[in-house]
Design a protein around this ligand. Structure first.
Ligand SMILES: Nc1ncnc2c1ncn2[C@@H]1O[C@H](COP(=O)(O)OP(=O)(O)OP(=O)(O)O)[C@@H](O)[C@H]1O
Ligand SMILES: [Mg+2]
Length: 366
């Protein structure tokens, strides 16, 4: 268990800047998800912490120790690769024992620790099998066991569940969360799946194109996305984004979304007054549909485009002008494509972004 700290860490591969000036602290015993799309620098970040890569600039600390130039085998990290990378010619037992044999631990201690971690991950029955004789979920547990058997200070997981089917992912994800809490190992979990990050982590680091976009609890990144990228990446479906104009009404700044004009109170109206245009955002699950504008709501007229029936809910796509907007509704709500409806949103659920900097104006100081 240890605190991991990155100070202004950059990593370049020739001309490609894979990570740009990343400064981050992973608290002792915390569970952090690194969330971003393909190519955003997630694996690079993990390999820098593991010591597989050296930073082009910046420093990395484990507690008080500067590990920037320390080789991987000295760092006591457990790493689970995306493809598990089990040794195919070794049994499960030997795969798990491998890191301990490298350390030349006594035979009986190796045996004790292998059996202990196998029990923890419910794979005691599989110890004599070869990786090819295991299901994906079982291989995943073996890879996890091999990382944990070293009793690492830091556990690094690179999309460990991405090869599993949806049901198994949800099952293992819950077990993983419990295991991490029980063991208390500082854990860094890489994923491109926002629902996985929200479900698992105490804290989420959202990354795009090598730059950190936001660091926050699952609640914070969901409720107060720092910029348009985070708003459009978190949530399923992600937040709706509608271009709008700022207009003056009796001396204060209001937002015109199509024919709808919404006039917020201070301090929001003061912030809005600096813009000519903004992007209005709200989450599909925060809106309702009605034949009429609803009282005390912001009501936006729209035309129904399609309805997707998902069993526990429906997703209605509507057009506001030319902009598609999604609203999550009860399974019984199935409006006719082509019909006109009002999208009703509580004003508190609206978010506003600067179209140029893409920042949430909530984060702008007045
Ligand atoms: N060894 C390398 N040489 C050159 N470029 C690299 C190397 N490793 C990564 N990159 C580049 O750095 C960027 C970040 O790559 P990285 O593997 O960290 O992304 P990722 O977020 O893990 O993506 P994915 O979700 O697809 O695994 C990409 O543009 C990638 O092409
Ligand atoms: Mg990767």
């Amino acid at each position: 268990m240890v605190e991991v700290r990155l100070e202004s860490v950059s990593k370049r591969f020739g001309r490609v800047v894979a990570l740009h000036e990343v400064t981050l602290t992973f608290e002792d015993g915390s569970f952090t998800a690194i969330l971003g799309p393909s190519g955003s620098g997630k694996t690079t970040l993990l390999y820098l912490i593991a010591g597989i890569y050296k930073p082009s600039s910046g420093r990395i600390y484990f507690g008080d120790r500067d590990v920037t130039n320390m080789p991987p085998n000295k760092r006591n990290v457990g790493l689970v690769f995306q493809n598990y990378a089990l040794y195919p010619h070794m049994t499960v037992y030997d795969n798990i024992a491998f890191p301990l044999r490298l350390k030349k631990l006594p035979r009986d201690e190796i045996d004790r620790r292998v059996r202990e971690v196998a029990k923890l991950l419910h794979i005691e029955e599989l110890l004599e099998r070869y990786p090819s004789q295991l299901s994906g979920g079982q291989q995943q547990r073996v890879a996890m066991a091999r990382a944990l058997v070293k009793q690492p200070d830091v556990l690094l997981l690179d999309e460990p569940l991405s090869n599993l089917d949806a049901l198994l992912r949800i099952k293992i994800r819950a077990e993983l969360k419990r295991l991490q809490k029980d063991l208390g190992i500082t854990t860094i979990y890489v994923t491109h799946d926002q629902s996985e990050a929200l479900a698992l982590a105490d804290r989420i680091v959202v990354i795009d194109r090598g730059r950190i976009q936001q660091v926050g609890t699952p609640d914070e990144v969901y409720a107060r996305p720092r910029n348009l990228f985070v708003a459009g990446f978190i949530g399923s479906p992600p937040a709706n984004l509608i271009p709008a104009k700022i207009v003056a009404r009796s001396g204060s700044a209001c937002v015109a979304i199509g024919d709808t004009v919404y006039c917020p109170d201070k301090p929001l109206s003061e912030k809005l007054a600096r813009f000519q245009e903004v992007i209005v955002a709200f989450r599909p699950e925060h809106a309702t549909l009605g034949e009429e504008p609803a009282e005390n709501m912001v009501s936006i007229e729209a035309e129904v485009y399609t309805v997707e029936t998902l069993g526990k809910e429906n997703i209605v796509t509507l057009l506001v002008g030319a902009t598609p907007v999604k609203v999550v509704v009860e399974p019984s709500v199935r409006p006719q494509p082509g019909s006109k409806l009002f999208i009703n949103v509580e004003p508190e659920k609206l978010m506003f972004f600067d179209p140029e900097t893409e920042l949430n104006i909530e984060y702008i100081e007045v």
